[in-house]
Design a binder for this molecule. Structure first.
Ligand SMILES: C[S@@+](CC[C@H](N)C(=O)[O-])C[C@H]1O[C@@H](n2cnc3c(N)ncnc32)[C@H](O)[C@@H]1O
Length: 231
């Protein structure tokens, strides 16, 4: 496990433990949005958000105006980012997903969720906080989104959509011009190099081409997260 939370708790005095995080809210959020524990190094039982902490911490610190998310299984990372905006009292997440299903490109892990009624209402139906006011869903391909919204500006971009090299490269190439100077671009699954049963991942190659400096990297065999700053 990523274990950031466990690490912090071990540093703290016993009396502090229950005040470190709102575990009830975290578990509710992770369960509601089906946090992928392996893919994000997270643990629902211990309310450890894994990579979610990195996103949450950066957003709480940077207090961005606008965030772009490309792709998600069931909304876990868009929800963490929206929760951070909610807790900042400021900011907004634009979430783009075409809602591809199993029939699409050797399936990968795509489940067609965003085209279902549940997928369309998932942010509204999370009752612990008014997350839905912090997220706008775009049910469309990134090619359509970037064509229609090429005048938008983002402070933080997270890409976890198409995992094939050509697709990741397309998303990165079209996102970067929308990213403000000093803004951050995060890529999920940068550590997957060997072909997986569902197909080959091209994120690692795109990541290596993208970064020369100003980056943070978290390698884990199943997934990995890279965060790059545009300077
Ligand atoms: C399966 S998710 C990635 C899962 C993720 N690792 C997680 O933790 O939940 C990838 C998503 O990207 C979407 N997607 C793939 N290619 C896309 C494209 N070109 N435009 C928009 N969405 C896309 C799929 O519909 C899918 O929901």
């Amino acid at each position: 496990m990523f274990g950031i939370k466990t690490f912090c708790i071990d540093l703290l005095d016993r009396n502090w433990r229950h005040r470190l995080t709102n575990d009830k809210l975290i578990r509710e959020l992770m369960t509601h949005f089906k946090a992928d524990e392996r893919g994000h190094q997270a643990n629902i039982d211990t309310a450890d958000m894994g990579y979610g902490w990195l996103h949450y911490g950066l957003i709480r610190h940077l207090k961005p105006h606008r965030i772009l998310v490309v792709g998600s299984g069931y909304g876990y990372i868009p929800a963490v980012l929206a929760q951070a905006c909610h807790d900042n009292g400021y900011g907004h997440v634009d979430f783009v997903d075409a809602g591809y299903g199993h029939h699409y490109r050797r399936s990968y892990t795509w489940v067609g969720f965003w085209k279902t009624i549940e997928g369309q209402s998932i942010f509204r139906s999370f009752e612990m906080s008014s997350l839905s006011t912090f997220v706008t869903q775009f049910l469309m391909r990134t090619s359509e989104f970037f064509k229609k919204h090429n005048n938008l500006e983002y402070d933080y971009i997270y890409i976890d959509g198409d995992h094939v090299y050509k697709g990741v490269k397309f998303d990165v190439d079209h996102s970067l011009p929308l990213l403000k100077q000093g803004g951050f671009l995060a890529l999920h699954d940068i550590s997957i190099i060997d072909p997986m049963p569902e197909g080959s991942y091209g994120v690692n190659k795109v990541w290596n081409e993208l970064v020369k400096k100003n980056y943070l990297v978290f390698h884990h065999p199943i997934s990995g997260l890279g965060i790059f700053q545009k300077t």
